[in-house]
Structures are given as C-alpha cells and as structure tokens.
Design a protein around this ligand. Structure first.
Ligand SMILES: CC(=O)SCCNC(=O)CCNC(=O)[C@H](O)C(C)(C)COP(=O)(O)OP(=O)(O)OC[C@H]1O[C@@H](n2cnc3c(N)ncnc32)[C@H](O)[C@@H]1OP(=O)(O)O
Ligand SMILES: O=CC(=O)O
Ligand SMILES: [Mg+2]
Length: 536
C-alpha cells in the first residue's frame, strides 16, 4: 500500500490507500489543502452535531415524540424566501440517480432526464477505489471528456451534446473516510467528497453555465443545515465566489427533519434550492426514531407505500413548505426497475406511473428514477402536469388544512406476514453481501435495493423482535424464530443463486453480520457502519 502525505503545511494529513497517477490528478495539493482546512474548521462541530443526534434519540427512546420546535415558531410563521434558483435548476421534472461508476455516469448524463444525481451515498459502497475513481469520473464528465469502452461488449460510451445537469450527492454526516487521516483520525466522508468535487470542478462547471451543485443526505436538524451553509459560505469566500454560488438540495429523509423544514430552508437560505422526499431513508428513520414505541411498529415493507397517511402527509407538507419559501419540492424514488419479461415490465411501468402521478398531483416539481428505462414514464407524467410550466412553484397549497404532527406520526396500517419476514431476510442478506463486496446498489427480486431500502428490511425485523410482535400466522417474532428463519432462508438463497455464486460470494459473512445487528439489544444506527469496517 502506498501512502502519500500532503505538503508540509498539511503534515498531519495522511492518505492510506492506493494512489495511482490517475488518482493524483484529483488528490491534488490544492484539493487536499481544502480538505485539511475544512476538517480543521468544521470537523469538531460535526462531532457535536452527531452527539446531539444521540441526545435527541434518547428522549424519543424514553417516550417523547418528535414535534415542531417551539423556539423556532417565528421562523415558521414569518415571511421570507430563499435566495433564488439558477436557471439550469428551474426545470427538474425528471432526475436519474446512480452510483459514480464510469459507464453509469455516462449513461445517466445521456438519459432523457433533466438532472443526474451522482451518488457517493445510498447507492455507493465506498471502497477507496470507488470513491476516488468516482471523483475522476465526475471530473471527466464535467470536462466533457469522459468515455468508456466496455471490456465485455467492446461498446464505446461517450457523452451526448447536451448532457443532464450534474448534482453530486456526498456521504452522510455519520460516515468517515478511513483512508484519509487528519491528526491520526479518519476524516468525515462528507467533507472529503464535497472538497474534491468542488475543487476539481467548480471553475469548469461555471464555464459550462452550471455550478457546483450538491445533494445533502440524511440531515436530522436545522443546526446540521446551518453547519453545511457555513461550509458553503467559507468555501465561496476562500475562492472569491459570489455568495450563493454553491447550491444544495437537501433530502428530507429523517423523521426529526420533517418537523424542521422551514428552519432548514432558513438556515440554508443562501444556498438551498430544493428539498427532496427521500422516502426510503424516511421510512427507515421512522422505524429507528420510534424504535421503542410499540404502537408505531411498521408492517411488511411492501405495504408501506406513499399512499399510507403518514407518508402522504410528509409529501404534502414538503411541497407546501418549499413552495411557500420559493424552493422546489422534489419527489422520490419508486424502487421498481424494468423487467425483461414484457408482461412484468408492463406492471412495473404501471406502478411507476401511479407513483409519479401521485407526486405530480401533490405538487412536486419533479421526481427520481433509478433506471433510464423509466424516464419516459416519469417524463410523460410531469410533462402532462407541468404543461407550459417549468415547475409547480405556483402551487402553494396554502388553502389546504394544516398538516399536524399526529398525521406525520400516524401509525401505519398493515400486516406482518411470515413471507414478508422471510423476504426481508433474503433481501437484507443479499444487499449486505453486495455492499461488503463493494457494490452499493443491486437489483433484487425486481427492485432496486440500496443502503436505504435494505435498512428497512433489517430494522423491521429488529423492531418486531424487540416488541414481540406477531405474524399473521400467529407466530411471535422472537430471536429464536429469527435465527431459525435465517438459516432456512440461507438455504433458499443458495438454491436461488446456485452453488457456485453462493460459494464464491460472501453470503455466510453477510448472514453473520445480519444476525449480529438483528440480535443486538441496541439498534445499530446504520448497517453501513459495521459494513464499512469490512470494506477495503
Ligand atoms: C433510496 C435512494 O437513495 S435511491 C438513489 C440511489 N439508488 C440509485 O441511484 C439506483 C441506481 N440504479 C442502479 O444502480 C441500477 O439501475 C440497478 C443496479 C438497480 C440495476 O442495474 P442493472 O442491473 O445494470 O440494470 P440493467 O441491466 O437493466 O441496465 C441496463 C442499462 O441501463 C444502465 N443503467 C441502469 N441503471 C442506471 C442508472 N441509474 N443510471 C445510468 N444508467 C443506468 C446500465 O448501465 C445498462 O447500460 P448498458 O445497456 O449500456 O450496459
Ligand atoms: O435517498 C433517498 C431515499 O429514499 O432514501
Ligand atoms: Mg436516502
């Protein structure tokens, strides 16, 4: 393993990991020096913000429920607007998302969509190679020099003339980048992703008529949004850029954050352009935040759709809050992906259509798709709803009835079934196996599975055990039942996958990790935390 050390001013920064000549082109001294400055200035507060999360969670664990904050009532009730939205972000009717793999980046930028959200988060397993190669891929995409030859098919991939607008999603606050040490400590992954993407691309992005745009995931409070805003302003000043050059879209994908949407927009006024309904992490967060509340345990994952009152309230409140402040309100991801079977595919397209229609009718300005084969469906829905408009900022929903905390927290109706529990097990194990093998997004049983969706599968079982919930066949979910089903489902998986794939994969290790985090008395906060310890 080669280690590089930053220049003398940054003697405390060490990179532990392979550094090829190509890597050096993005791990430049300028970029590393920005990393060092950001870590020095902002990492201590990040530690406090993470500690605040624990403190708040303790109150929820002791019986409190999330609610709108009394101390910020003024912000919610007074009139103010965000700074503004750049021209190339005014029309975001369809956004494709995907990990920063080279072929995927080209395919996504060429897809019939307005925006590509290039993902260092839910859909990326952050091996050192994937993270640094991802930065190289994005730099080449911004320079419009990216190309790729598929070693299997020989097909040559290159960028079309008017690619989608690029937005980079950085890692969540909880994740470290263990290959970069400052003063002997791993640095926050989010700061690494942000600094590299910003520094290597901001000039060219501005020359392209676009800008340094970011998606920020998994925030839990407006104080965390303020932390990001301080970082953006600091960087703008450092590079003599006008205030508001850096633009962010924030995912509202935790239960505590939904109660602070005005405050989040306010804290980020200069930089924010939109909020997004990250529904999968939101469902995961509902489970995690309310993990001790036996009256709010979720049913089978398949039954927790956007039609459920608590999710519908979340989508409508997000639209209303954003539009009141002049920000856009992005919809989320239907996890269905196209099928090679024509009849199945028709059913998939119909489900995606219904999901997108619901979002468009709620007033969202655009939506996400996981696969280019879904672009035409999502585009059709939003073209029809928007007609001549670029977005639905004019839909204020001010006359609608108030959306209350009770509605946002409403228990979810549905059943827990044996087949649902077995499916959760097989999905979670297969996803963990993929993630620890370096693949963060995989198709499993016709659905796109990533870190957010897999979290729902594994935490559902944890919560069913914790509260001794019953399945619709009368069985109580106990540690023993879980252990027995896990071993049975591993046999099913071996049959489904074939002996060779099963033996060559890391399925036994994944099952072991699943067992460990499911039987742990404390709910492991993110499966990617123990997962990352197993990653190169
Ligand atoms: C909860 C959340 O955070 S959602 C956001 C994070 N999740 C995502 O971004 C999901 C992204 N989607 C994916 O990674 C993929 O679609 C998967 C893994 C689910 C399925 O991928 P595959 O098995 O490769 O799908 P499939 O074989 O049908 O792909 C067909 C073609 O579409 C391309 N493709 C598939 N998904 C995408 C995508 N999201 N972006 C760009 N291209 C894509 C493939 O590269 C392939 O290209 P090729 O024909 O040139 O070889
Ligand atoms: O990031 C998106 C989500 O649904 O989670
Ligand atoms: Mg998410």
């Amino acid at each position: 393993m080669e280690t590089i050390t930053a220049p003398p001013a940054n003697r405390e920064l060490h990179i532990q990991g392979k550094v090829t000549n190509a890597y050096r082109e993005v791990l430049t001294m300028d970029a590393l020096s920005l990393v060092v400055d950001l870590v020095k200035q902002f990492a201590p507060e990040r530690r406090e913000l993470l500690a605040n999360r624990q403190r708040r969670q303790q109150a929820f664990d002791e019986g409190a429920l999330p609610d709108f904050l009394p101390e910020t009532k003024d912000i919610r009730e007074s009139d103010w607007q965000i700074r503004g939205i750049p021209e190339d972000l005014l029309d975001r009717r369809v956004e494709i998302t995907g990990p920063v793999d080279r072929k995927m980046v080209i395919n996504a930028l060429n897809a019939d969509v307005r925006v590509f959200m290039a993902d260092f988060e839910d859909s990326l397993s952050p091996t050192w190679d994937a993270v640094v190669q991802g930065q190289i891929n994005l730099r080449d995409a911004v320079n419009r020099s990216i190309d790729y030859i598929d070693p299997n098919s020989g097909k040559h991939y290159q960028l079309k003339d008017d690619p989608a607008v690029l937005i980079c999603r950085v890692r969540g606050l909880h994740l470290d980048e263990k290959h970069v040490l400052f003063a002997g400590e791993p640095i926050p992954g989010a700061l690494f992703d942000f600094a590299l993407y910003f520094l290597n691309n901001y000039r060219q992005l501005l020359l392209n008529g676009s800008g340094p745009y970011f998606y920020i995931p998994k925030l839990q409070s407006h104080k965390e949004a303020a932390w990001w805003s301080k970082i953006f302003s600091y960087v703008e000043d450092r590079y003599c850029l006008e205030r508001g050059t850096i633009k962010a879209t924030l995912l509202i994908e935790t239960l505590p954050a939904v109660f602070e949407m005005h405050e989040i927009l306010h804290a980020m006024k200069d930089h924010i352009v939109a909020l997004n309904c990250g529904r999968w992490d939101y469902i995961f967060s509902y489970i995690k935040t309310l993990k001790n509340h036996s009256d709010r345990v979720l049913p089978d994952r398949q039954q927790v759709g956007m039609g459920q009152p608590f999710l519908d309230a979340y989508s409508r409140l997000l639209v209303r809050t954003c539009h009141r402040r002049g920000a856009m309100a992005m919809g989320g991801m239907a996890a269905f992906i196209p099928s090679k079977d024509p009849a199945e595919n028709e059913a998939v397209l119909e489900k995606v259509l219904q999901d997108k229609e619901r979002e468009a009718n709620n007033g969202h300005d655009g939506t996400w798709i996981a696969h280019p084969g879904l672009a035409h469906v999502a585009m059709g829905v939003f073209d029809k709803t928007l007609a001549e408009r670029k977005n639905q900022l004019d839909i204020t929903r001010e006359g609608d009835e108030e959306i209350t905390a009770e509605q946002l927290l409403a228990p979810c109706q549905g059943t827990r079934t044996e087949s649902g529990m077995r499916l959760n097990l097989r999905v979670a194990v297969q996803y963990i196996e993929a993630w620890i093998s370096g693949n963060g997004c995989v198709p499993i049983y016709g659905l796109m599975e990533d870190a957010a969706t897999a979290e729902i599968s594994r935490t559902s079982i944890w919560q069913w055990i914790k509260h001794g919930k019953d399945l619709d066949n009368g069985q109580i979910v106990t540690p023993e039942l879980f252990t027995q089903m896990l071993s049975e489902e591993m046999q099913v998986l071996e049959q489904e996958l074939g002996e060779l794939k099963y033996k060559n994969g890391r399925y036994a290790e994944a099952a072991e990790l699943m067992k460990q985090i499911t039987l742990d008395e404390q709910l492991v906060e993110f499966l990617t935390l123990p997962g990352y310890r197993r990653l190169d």
